[in-house]
Design a protein around this ligand. Sequence first.
Ligand code: ME8
Length: 498
Amino acid sequence: MPNEGICMQDHFYITTAIDYPNGSPHMGHAYEKIVTDFYARYHKLMGKDTYFLTGTDENGQKLKTSAEKANKETMEFVNQNVDIFKDLCQKLNITNNDFIRTTEERHKNVVHNLWKKLAEKDLIYQSEYTGHYCDDCESFYTETQLEDGDNCPHHHKPLPQKTESGYFFRLSTFQTWLKEFHNENPKFIIPNASRKEIIARLDDEIRDLSISRPNQGWGIEVPGDNQYVIYTWFDALINYYSALDDKTLKYWPASCHVIGRDIAWFHTIIWPAILKAADIELPQHVYVHGMILAEDGKKMSKSLGNGVDPLELIDKYNLDTFRYYLLKSLPSHSNGRFSEAALIQDINTSLANDYGNLIMRAVKLTMKRVGPELSYSDEFEMSFNFDSLLEKVNANIKNFEHDKAIKEIWTELTSVNQYINQKEPWTIKEPTTELKTIFFNCLYSIHALTYLLYPVMPETSVKILNIIGQDLNRNPFEDIKSLTYKLTDPEILFPKIQ
Ligand code: ME8
């Protein structure tokens, strides 16, 4: 059966890629976690049984080298960095249910079992391999994959030929199946541009995958052969499955793996083949988000000095405004440039002017003219119904276009601002039904739109709901007639930045 969309499952299991803890987290890490958290929170809000996994990828040889450079034991070095990644999750207010580290026993056990299963089926074998090897990617490349004939397609440096003996996964035997699978499941890879890139590469011959490295004292040993450790990508992908235990296995298959473009091949070709080989059900979607570029349009890098530190930005700006900017302003289906100036502009215009002012005006004026409490009455004519907005937002979310979803919400917010300007409630001095109607419409709009913005700005949304005497348990799309708003004086929610 082709899989059409996330709403078919009654649960929602979403994952980020697991990060290499060989340095401090960068903007890409922060962005991916915020995007994934948005989807986790949204589905939970819509009543789905949601599970969210993130973690760290700790078995690569690169970590050993980085630790050596830092004059530290590898485990000590990794532990210190993992703490920084965990701290980042907290600072970003990420609602992950679990954080997997691939040096944990629970992960190793599942990887070993899976390896043994594939070996028994003769899908893993021992042999020799010659190819162009990139130490940074920890990956072999074929002639056709090289850039300009001999460069790494990611690191743009010449790659020497290397021959290695070791263990191989029969990836080549899955080539036909992979083509069929991707044909039958057009929504497996989102967006379409990424899907096309991957499918085009499926026309080239796929070679078996080298899945072991000589054991240098770091990594998961190959079962029954301690001369080798398991290739880090092979073990890393398995984290999405190994993190689940007896209680949480019900969440498999995952609804969505959220990853960046640079690792799409691993998730959409190698991972499905491993799962198929092991007779495990495949995830529903791989959502390939864009890469964050520096303001100059180049890749952020330490050597170019054009990078921005997410932790510094959170200290400088309010977290929710940072989340809002990344989710709304960076394109969900392509690469985007990070600009601090654009972030400030978003805070000052969209947030402070459009949203903050609406709340200030509506709440303060209602309190002044009709008092701190306003209940629905059949006498009110409702000018706003957000059911079609909800439908549009749901459709965008289903297609992993959170930026469009937020823009839809903003279009409605603009019309509420227009409504209040047209109605000029400040000119009506008595608490008439007409005045109460205007205020109820405004408060209801703030309620419904804020509810939908919760996955974007969780803390601020709860604060705003509190100002009107509401919380997340009260779904504004149900039973409008029993709504009562109890108002408290609003604080300034989005201070302007000079
Ligand atoms: O790739 N913009 O880890 P990682 C947006 N351990 N996303 C970015 C980015 C950028 N500038 N730079 C990186 C790994 N990312 C592996 C994953 S999963 C089984 C193993 C994304 O720390 C990147 O695409 O290099 C990936 O999804 C995530 O950050 C972690 O990258």
